[in-house]
Design a protein around this ligand. Structure first.
Ligand SMILES: [Zn+2]
Length: 463
């Protein structure tokens, strides 16, 4: 008995997660993400899936980031009719993220003069197939194939998926692994009950500063930026990063660590995501954060935080005198309201731009992080006179030592024989594989996209 594992996306790349697992009688997809930072005319995003979507029995989703869910509506549009499984918080978050992406995709399509990747009706259809599956429940999702989800501490609802056939051959796919300990989420759980693991390696070759240090650095850099008197811009992913920022800001202001300045959460999506965090916090946060919620009610709000939902509220932010802070998406400055504010404020030398997350190659965020003197935003070339502050450690991803710890913890039962390092840039994947081999003595493989591997209880070999 064997399982076949195909890397249809997410090998040699951080984004575009898409793996196919085939047993003797059933086929299951893990994630159906979109490649980000990609030119939207690329065949890989718009082209057909490399498998017959009509023959797939089920899709299991690790978490609600677009690079893990972004092509689900296309999958359904192309004929997929199986069930889609995800944790209850992921159901809510994926719904917000996918309906939000409809507008972005239609804008992209107009720019490139082509049909959008999918439309609202496709998202409606996709959600008619969704079924919530909680952590730690074994569930048969396809003939002869069962799955089991564990927490990965990456974002609210994030899960690793262990998939097992009738003979007990099992593969675990981690999705993204969290930067544990998080102030909000429980730590990741290892996956030792599989014959092979596909693990993420975004930061496979880099270290984050310690959690305590990152909070101090954020506080001190914010204090300096406030003293400079300009606008503070924080492009932040709506999901998790924004909630972490709000949580820390609320702590700073409550403790009197920063002068009180107006803070705008200028993102309808981030506002709604924060509501989902509030909804599920008491069930899925770590105990300390749950206690804080029970004591304080909201742990993301503070008195001079203004949430701007409508367009009118958003443009009125300009009337508020400096210093002020604007948190908005997109996280890599590749769209959303932040682009408007960057175009308005980056030419001003009193502005401070905070970079708090991974910036994919080719995005405006990556160019600004690398020190470009100008950047193309909202269809014009914008001079950058602002101070750009790059703050490390805010990633929702484990760093290289944490990834190694995850691998080590998963190897303790001596069952896992092969670890594939995926979902990273090629250098990071190779670096992590080398360290797993050198430090833990395990077989580590850097897979390539479109490869298929056969996994048995004793071996993993390419087919
Ligand atoms: Zn993710």
């Amino acid at each position: 008995m064997a399982l076949r594992l195909s890397f249809d996306g997410g090998a040699g790349k951080v984004t575009g997660s898409n793996f196919l697992i085939e047993g003797d009688r059933g086929k299951v997809l893990i994630d159906c993400g979109i490649e980000q930072g990609a030119d939207f005319s690329r065949a890989h995003v718009y082209g057909p899936f490399p498998y017959d979507v009509k023959t797939i029995n089920a899709l299991v989703v690790t978490h609600a980031h677009l690079d893990h869910v972004g092509r689900i509506p296309k999958l359904v549009k192309d004929g997929f009719r199986g069930k889609i499984y995800m944790t209850p918080p992921t159901c809510d978050l994926a719904e917000l993220i996918l309906y939000d992406s409809v507008g972005i995709l239609s804008e992209e399509a107009n720019t490139h003069g082509r049909a959008p990747l999918y439309e609202k009706e496709d998202v409606d259809r996709a959600f008619s197939l969704v079924e919530a599956l909680d952590y730690h429940v074994e569930k048969e999702v396809a003939p002869g194939l069962s799955v089991y989800l564990r927490n990965t501490g990456h974002i609210l609802g994030s899960a690793s998926v262990r998939i097992k056939d009738e003979a007990g051959v099992a593969i675990a796919l981690t999705g993204d692994i969290g930067n544990s300990p998080s102030p909000l989420l429980p730590d990741w759980e290892p996956v030792s009950d599989a014959d092979a693991i596909v693990m993420e390696s975004v930061y496979g070759d880099r270290l984050h500063p310690a959690q305590q240090r990152r909070v101090e650095l954020l506080r001190d850099t914010l204090a300096k930026a406030i003293t400079r008197g300009g606008t503070i811009l924080i492009p932040a992913f709506s999901l998790e990063r924004t909630q972490l920022m709000l949580y820390e800001l609320s702590n700073f202001f409550e403790a009197g660590d920063l002068p009180k300045i107006p803070v705008f959460l200028d993102s309808p999506l981030a506002i709604r995501v924060t509501e989902v965090y509030e909804k599920w916090g008491l069930k899925y946060f770590k105990p300390a954060a749950e206690d804080e919620m029970k004591r304080e009610g909201s742990i993301f709000e503070f008195p001079f935080l203004k949430q701007t939902r409508s367009y009118e509220e958003s443009i009125a932010i300009e009337e508020t005198p400096n210093p002020k802070m604007i948190i908005a998406g997109a996280g890599m400055s590749h769209g959303g309201r932040i682009g408007h504010w960057e175009a308005r404020y980056l030419p001003d030398p009193t502005t401070t731009l905070f970079i708090v997350g991974y910036q994919a190659p080719g995005t405006p965020g990556r160019r600004m992080m690398e020190g470009a003197s100008s950047v193309r935003l909202v269809n014009s070339e914008i001079k950058i006179k602002a101070k750009v502050e790059k703050l490390e450690g805010w990633s929702a991803h484990a760093d290289r030592d944490e990834l190694l710890k995850f691998a080590e913890a998963s190897l303790t039962d001596k069952r896992v024989k092969t670890i594939f390092t995926a979902l990273g840039e090629p250098l990071a994947e190779r670096f992590l594989a080398q360290r797993i081999h050198d430090y833990l003595g395990a077989r580590a493989i850097v897979p390539e996209v479109d490869q298929t591997w056969e996994i048995t209880k004793d071996s993993a070999k390419r087919v």
